[in-house]
Design a protein around this ligand. Sequence first.
Ligand code: HEC
Ligand code: HEC
Length: 273
Amino acid sequence: MTRFCLLFLTICLYSLPGFATGDAVKGEYVLQMGGCISCHQTPKRNHAELGGGHAIKTPFGTFYVPNITPDPDTGIGGWTDEDFIQAMTKGISPEGSHYFPAFPYTSYAKMSQADLIDLKAYLDTVAPIKNAVPNHDLSFPFNMRFLMFAWKMMFFDDAPFKINPDKSDQWNRGAYIVNGPSHCGECHTPRNIFGALNADMKFKGNPVGPDNEKIPSMLPQWEKADFLTVLRMGMTPDGDFLGGSMGHVIKRTTSKLTKEDLHAVATYLSEYE
Ligand code: HEC
Ligand code: HEC
């Protein structure tokens, strides 16, 4: 009888609208793949929390990255899974306004619904932080959010990730991680004057990356084994260690990948045409 009641209760809870059905443990892994903490960190407290406030300098002005903890006033407390999926894959807030592509939803649009629902389940479990983040400080006309509508019409491809049937499962998994959650091209691909990625130069390096960092091509002529070493511990075949923002990507993302996912990314990079 008790067992029946429990089962009944579980079914009721899961069928409530908006009740998190994702797997928070898997969601934490998705968060690492997504490098969310690098941008959504809370410099005022420490750099391992998602309370926001980190400033990103771009040619268009400074963005102050928002608080994505479940705090109801200053974070994203109360967001439904649908609100979250819409923000991540369409770049649209629950109020219907358009996000700036400094939030790399242009890549996150390729993430699977399952990964996003798990990620949201994880975000629901983090401790809420009350931290009101300043408004972005952008120059005219980039400060006009509604213009993002036109930008998206021109530059945003919100089609979901497509499997390439001519390639192996491992290659496809690597393609998914690199182009979706890990958004490697957002730094490694140069941008046009409107801040959109230049598809002809995909992954070939960006002389003016975020915070004016010079970013090399991520496709040096390396063997798969070289990519594995770089992604796991940051060491290049010449014995140098990668630093700058790539140091954070290695520490927070690629060194945390499972063995299978690491091999998938290295396969994709070493076979990239
Ligand atoms: C390269 C920096 C960067 C990364 C990485 C990043 N974000 Fe953001 N994110 C931003 C910026 C900047 C904004 C604000 C955009 C705006 O105001 O238009 C934002 C906005 C958001 C919002 C909307 C918040 C609100 O209050 O409306 C959510 C949700 C979000 N990000 C989730 C995530 C998640 C989850 C990840 C990891 C998978 C992630 N972000 C990774 C920069 C980043
Ligand atoms: C936040 C920006 C940023 C992101 C995101 C990023 N990178 Fe990098 N990457 C850099 C920078 C900066 C360097 C140069 C670091 C140095 O020289 O110390 C670099 C260097 C590299 C190199 C070495 C290139 C060479 O010739 O030495 C590889 C390979 C690479 N990145 C792969 C990746 C992969 C794979 C991803 C996604 C998982 C990724 N990067 C995401 C900024 C980034």
